[in-house]
Design a protein around this ligand. Structure first.
Ligand code: C2E
Ligand code: CA
Ligand code: CA
Length: 803
């Protein structure tokens, strides 16, 4: 009975204290309640506990009676035990700064265990010794029999050690695994400990009175065994949980590793891994096809060994940046194992492990082909594909600069005599060979510094930009003629050719490009007329020659009156829905004697002689009349395009006339599209833009005709507020075989797409042409593939047929 009340009291106090300590240590992790403060608190609880337990035992066994003085005495001695426990906890803290974190070295762990054991034995010794001291301090005669104290000492050491382990694993659970032992399990463990502690103390006290309590010893041993078994069970359970967690972590790691591997190994770009000395440590499978080296070979090289000499300093700077932890993108040129050159676009990323840079990844893409194409497209925009000389656009660009700087001396236009014969008799390939050889001789004679261009066909334009005197220019021309005297070897036969040359001088024969060229052209025409193989300088008297064309001009005036002029219409189709979306108005002259005369022949004539305005007005009026009939009678939904010649476009009355006619025929402005040529646009950019904007405000559509033949570069496109460009037939003609034309058309289409400009392809004759254009995203198609230009009634029948 006495034992029962002792247990009831002491176990509950012990149990509550344990929970309190656990609670406080848990809480202390979050708040500022660590180190000495925590040690003081724990020491206080333990100290009180250890003093109170023997006192309670003495009270319950009625060895002493309860008095205030004894309580005061107890308080005094409890101070000693508190001090002991304080030192004890400080030592534990010192052994293991963080008792929760597993130690890396096993030997360290082993040492800790031994320290723990000895501390537990020390604590047990102290507890029992203190109990002995407490009892003695009440002047109660007791005898300490060493043999009998061994059992409580062993039990007590073991239980204290087990408790320490329980605490340790509780924290592991909480901090490492974020899980909590259930309250029931925890209470059970604490209860077992309290039982073991108190029964051990009880049997120790009893042994002091030489009253061995056999039952109580059994209780102590059993509770110790139960405590041990349940603690082992608890620790095992924690180990299993730890294993599970490790497995999950390993799985995640292995997945990440596989993901990373496939990103590395299956990357179509070459991926290099470098260490901090910039040696290659790993490469993926794409590296070898790109630069030819294997990892083993690369391990004897550094990045700077691979790049070209001129790239080395750049690479060194980039590597320095990388070492600082910055990502960079750069382009570089490497030499492959077989000494070929590859151009690479590289993304370089530092590899950071635990915030420390340990190397770098280089991800490289081979852009050799891409750059070649870009350069080719750029080259072809300004150069003739066959001869490599400047093309029309190229020389115009150069000339523009020289005229601005007044460094132009003379423009020389050269035409090969009888070139057509060679083309006709020996074929186009032979013609091409000849043109190439002529180009080579021109370059050789004049030197690369001079501006030499092929204007198309067999026409070459040379611009001398050095400050030559007139005689010196003529000497150069003679040199050219001399260079061409030597027969040309074409298809195993030798051919001799002669040149017709026209020269105009700057600034005497013209201060702007067009005049100079027109005058050189007139001079060349003169050379041809006077029996070819001739060089002629421009003279103002050539203007008079035009009078020869007067007959044609007079006839054209009559043509108006006698209704020899007709309008034809050529359909334009959409590539999206194939249906007809518009028609282009084309004039025809049905001459009573000569038959149909090409507009190419009489439009320029009309333009030069001031006849173009009345002619154009006639075209607009008649085209509108026809179109308004179609709208009324056939309810057509396509638009009508009209070619506007430059002189007409700049004429003051043009816009008012056009608007008046629109009103007269009640045609919605949106259905009218005006085709202006690109050279017109370029010559007078500001005025052109102003007019275009006025017309567009009225709702009209504007197209840039014959795009690519003049000297507009792609960049000019954005300067004009166009609805549409029409790619000239010369680019379409050889599609899809002519790759360079293909590349130009494609880049044109992509620029136009970006600027939201529609693109019409002119002169589409075959299905293959149609298919590639469709594939490249061209919007509209015009050409013989769909239909030739048709007279009014046939056009409407055609439309009804396709609709
Ligand atoms: P353009 O504006 O480039 O007109 C297109 C020319 O290409 C037309 O020649 C047309 O018949 C021709 N064409 C269309 N599809 C094909 C094809 O698939 N293959 C081939 N080989 N040729 C095709 P056309 O009618 O002889 O006109 C020549 C030029 O005369 C026009 O070139 C334009 O600049 C001018 N022109 C024609 N009619 C007028 C007009 O009413 N006013 C003005 N100002 N100029 C006009
Ligand atoms: Ca046209
Ligand atoms: Ca055209």
């Amino acid at each position: 009975m006495e034992a029962f009340s002792f247990f009831l009291l002491s176990i509950s106090i012990c149990f509550v204290s344990l929970l309190l300590i656990l609670f406080i240590t848990n809480a202390s992790r979050k708040q500022n309640f660590r180190g000495p403060r925590l040690a003081i608190f724990s020491a206080f609880i333990c100290g009180i506990l250890i003093t109170l337990t023997p006192y309670l035992c003495l009270l319950t066994t009625q060895t002493i009676v309860f008095e205030v003085s004894s309580l005061l005495h107890l308080c005094k001695i409890s101070f000693v035990s508190i001090l002991f426990f304080f030192l004890f906890f400080v030592i534990i803290n010192m052994i293991e700064e963080n008792p929760v974190m597993p130690k890396r070295k096993t030997s360290g762990l082993q040492k800790d265990k031994i320290a723990f054991h000895s501390l537990s034995v020390t604590a047990a010794f102290f507890v029992l010794g203190f109990t002995y001291f407490v009892i003695q301090s009440f002047n109660i005669p007791v005898t300490l029999v060493k043999e009998q104290s061994i059992v409580p000492l062993v039990l007590l050491s073991a239980s204290i050690y087990t408790l320490a382990r329980i605490y340790e694993h509780l924290f592991m659970d909480k901090i490492i695994f974020q899980r909590k032992l259930s309250q029931l399990q925890l209470s059970f463990l604490f209860l077992m400990f309290s039982l073991c502690l108190n029964s051990s103390i009880f049997i120790f006290i009893k042994s002091l009175f030489l009253q061995l309590n056999f039952y109580m010893a059994i209780v102590a041993i059993v509770s110790m065994v139960v405590l041990l078994v349940s603690t082992i069970h608890y620790i095992e359970n924690q180990l299993l949980h730890q294993q599970d967690q490790l497995e999950v972590k390993n799985q995640v790691l292995s997945l990440n590793e596989q993901r990373y591997r496939s990103l590395f190994e299956n990357n179509p770009n070459a991926v290099f891994t470098l260490d901090l000395h910039w040696n290659f440590t790993a490469v993926n499978a794409s590296v070898r096809p790109m630069i030819g080296f294997t990892l083993e070979e690369l391990q004897h090289l550094t990045l700077t060994d691979l790049v070209l000499e001129q790239e080395k300093t750049k690479i060194t700077t980039i590597l320095e940046e990388l070492a600082k932890g910055d990502n960079t993108n750069f382009e570089t040129i490497m030499r492959t194992k077989s000494a070929e050159i590859v151009k690479l676009k590289v993304t370089a990323l530092p590899i950071k492990i635990n915030n420390e840079i340990t190397g770098a990844y280089l991800i490289a893409q081979d852009i050799t082909k891409q750059i070649e194409i870009q350069e080719r497209v750029k080259f072809l925009a300004y150069h003739d594909e066959l001869t490599g000389l400047l093309n029309r656009r190229g020389i115009y660009r150069e000339l523009e600069n020289h005229i601005h700087a007044s460094t132009l001396t003379a423009t020389i236009l050269i035409d090969l005599d009888m070139f057509k014969d060679i083309n006709d008799h020996l074929g186009h390939d032979a013609g091409d060979v000849l043109l190439k050889q002529v180009a080579e001789r021109l370059t050789k004679t004049l030197g690369r510094e001079e501006l030499i261009s092929r204007m198309g066909g067999d026409e070459f334009l040379i611009c001398l930009t050095a400050p030559y005197k007139r005689v010196e220019v003529l000497e150069r021309i003679q040199a050219i003629q001399a260079a061409m005297k030597e027969p040309f070897q074409i298809q195993q036969s030798s051919k001799e050719i002669t040149l017709s040359i026209g020269v105009s001088f700057y600034p005497e024969d013209g201060e702007n490009l067009n005049t100079l060229l027109k005058h050189a052209d007139m001079a060349m025409y003169e050379a041809k007329k006077s029996g070819r193989n001739n060089a002629v300088q421009y003279s103002s008297r050539f203007g008079v020659q035009k009078l020869n064309q007067i007959t044609l001009l007079q006839e054209l005036k009559v043509a108006f009156e006698q209704e020899q002029l007709l309008l034809y219409f050529q359909p334009k189709h959409s590539t999206v829905h194939q249906s007809m979306v518009g028609v282009e108005t084309l004039i025809r002259w049905n001459h009573p004697e000569r038959g149909f005369i090409n507009p190419g022949e009489f439009i320029p004539l009309a333009e030069e002689n001031g006849l173009i305005v009345p002619l154009s007005n006639w075209i607009i009026q008649n085209a509108f009349k026809t179109f308004s009939n179609w709208l009324k009678e056939h309810d057509v939904n396509f638009h009508l395009s009209i070619n506007i010649s430059p002189t007409h476009f700049f004429d003051e009355d043009f816009v008012p006339f056009l608007l008046e006619q629109l009103q007269k025929y009640k045609i919605p402005a949106q259905l009218i599209d005006l085709e202006i040529t690109e050279n017109l646009a370029i010559e007078n950019t500001e005025l052109t833009n102003k007019k275009i904007n006025i017309l567009k405000e009225k709702g009209l559509q504007i197209s840039m005709d014959d795009f690519g033949t003049g000297y507009t570069s792609l960049t000019y496109l954005s300067h004009f507020n166009m609805n549409r460009i029409k790619i000239d037939r010369s680019f379409i003609k050889e599609l899809p075989d002519n790759r360079n034309n293909g590349a130009i058309v494609q880049s044109l289409l992509s620029v136009a797409k970006n600027l939201d400009i529609l693109v019409t392809a002119e002169g589409v004759e075959t299905e293959e042409q149609l298919n590639v254009l469709k594939e490249w995203g061209c919007d509209e198609i015009q050409g013989y593939y769909y239909s030739m230009p048709l007279p009014e009634e046939k056009l409407i029948a055609y439309w009804q047929g396709t609709n």
